[in-house]
Design a protein around this ligand. Structure first.
Ligand code: ARG
Length: 458
């Protein structure tokens, strides 16, 4: 007999049972479901809907169920559909009559909305910890490579030299924004939906504020229809997770490129790379590739969830049950990726000599020469043209700026003087860019201070 079987004369079709039951995945909400039920039972007793004895029986029963689930002693019943009814059924089997009173003034609709919010209240801080661990590694590496010069790129063409520290701290900023987004998501979802009932609350005297206090919610929801049908917080989480995966994926793409022989900027540790079953010489960046690849499924969950919600009438609809697999898989994926990405990054060998050599070529100091002329009073657009002509001449003759005599410089512009040689070295190019947010070691030192401050929570 179903918990809701009163008005039915025939049993559920076996195929429907399989099709609509969510217990195979929503069992992962057991902790939240039990915590929510305990708070609910305390409230029911406080308002006189349960006796103190019934409340204590219920709480004891729920705690024993939790212990048994954690010890692997519970096998869930598909016919009981979901975690909410499985637990209620187990409770009544264990404690009898009092168990039948737990669902007073409550629906699975507000219950599942509560469980999901509680789940994210627990999981988001864990995810933030993983991001902090990654940011710490970035800061340590940046400290080590404050003076390591590498090419900066636009269009994947060598553009201007930067420091490796600066490049790494670009990712620090991305992951910082990810943490902020998760924080915002957590703030907005911190609202208690329980008490909204199926859609319109209850006639029984309940104390929602008490439940909110018990479960650590900032406030109670303001509209019962919205409370049971709102999954904005799931979408927001999936959007934040998608951006985070996008950042990881871009980073991975760079590590993949950098580990190629053509770039030769890094070597991945053996522990974080794999071989080929056929080609004995190969060392492949599979971990980075897989993180890049898994970005697709997290984006997929975001799009899937938005599509589930599109066009849903108020209030609860069973479509909403689709939220959980998306959310759980996205969380598992992001956590799994961060857990392997961070130690992979920490163990990378940076080939700084090779990076420096790469930064030397390609007239990466051309803008600096143009800015030299600007300092001597030439409008930038004209300076740009002069240096463009210089680059062309050098390319045609197979020479570089350092090979030019003063007379040759001056044949392009009389504004060039002896001091031009001070502006050509790669160090001069980098050190001169000491503006706030720039790549010079002096500027990056300040960025590092800020990064350390942020990590210390100040
Ligand atoms: N398993 C359901 C879900 O995940 C719980 C709520 C079901 N409510 C209902 N009226 N069928 O959404």
């Amino acid at each position: 007999m179903k918990l809701w079987g009163g008005r039915f004369t025939r049993t559920t079709d076996r195929l429907v049972e399989d099709f609509h039951s969510s217990i195979s995945f929503d069992q992962w909400l057991y902790r939240e479901d039990i915590a929510g039920s305990i708070a609910h039972a305390r409230m029911l007793a406080a308002t006189g809907l349960l006796t103190a004895a019934e409340r204590d029986q219920i709480i004891k029963g729920l705690e024993s169920i939790k212990a048994d689930i954690e010890a692997g002693r519970v096998s869930f019943d598909l016919a009981a559909e979901d975690i909410h009814m499985n637990i209620e059924k187990l409770l009544t089997e264990r404690i009898g009559e009092a168990g039948k009173k737990l669902h007073t003034a409550r629906s699975r609709n507000d219950q599942v909305a509560l469980d999901l919010r509680l789940y994210l209240k627990r999981e988001i801080p864990r995810l933030q910890e993983l991001l902090i661990a990654l940011q710490k590694v970035l800061v340590e590496l940046a400290e080590k490579h404050l003076h390591s010069i590498m090419p900066g790129y636009t269009h994947l063409q060598k553009a201007q030299p930067v420091t490796l520290a600066h490049h790494l701290l670009a990712y620090f900023e991305m992951f910082y924004r990810d943490r902020q987004r998760l924080h915002d998501c957590l703030q907005r979802l911190n609202v208690l939906p329980l008490g909204a009932g199926a859609l319109a609350g209850t006639t029984l005297p309940i104390d929602r504020e008490m439940v909110a206090r018990e479960l650590g919610f900032r406030e109670v929801s303001y509209n019962s229809l919205d409370a049971v049908s709102d999954r904005d917080f799931v979408v927001e989480f999936l959007a934040a997770a998608s951006l985070l995966m996008m950042h990881l994926s871009r980073f991975c793409e760079e590590l993949i490129l950098w580990s190629s022989e053509e770039f030769g900027f890094i070597e991945l540790d053996d522990a974080y790379s794999t071989g080929s079953s056929m080609m004995p010489q190969k060392k492949n960046p599979d971990v980075a590739e897989l993180v890049r690849g898994k970005t697709g499924r997290v984006y997929g969950h975001l799009l899937g969830m938005l599509t589930v919600l599109k066009g849903l009438p108020l209030a609860y609809n069973k479509d909403l049950q689709e939220d959980k697999e998306a959310l759980f898989d996205a969380l598992d994926t992001v956590k799994g990726c961060l857990m392997v990405f961070t130690p992979m990054l920490a163990t990378i060998k940076f080939k700084t000599e090779r990076m420096r050599q790469a930064a030397e070529g390609g007239f990466a100091n051309a803008t600096d020469v143009a800015e030299y002329l600007v300092r001597k009073g030439l409008p930038f657009r004209e300076a740009h043209a002069v240096v463009g002509a210089l680059v062309l001449d050098c390319l045609q003759k197979g020479r570089s700026f350092k090979d030019l005599t003063l007379a040759e410089w001056q044949s392009f512009s009389p504004l060039f003087g002896e001091d031009i040689s001070n502006y050509l070295s790669i160090e001069a190019c980098v050190n001169g860019r000491d503006l706030p947010g720039g790549p010079a070691p002096a500027a990056v030192s300040k960025a590092l201070e800020r990064a350390r401050r942020l990590l210390a929570g100040k």
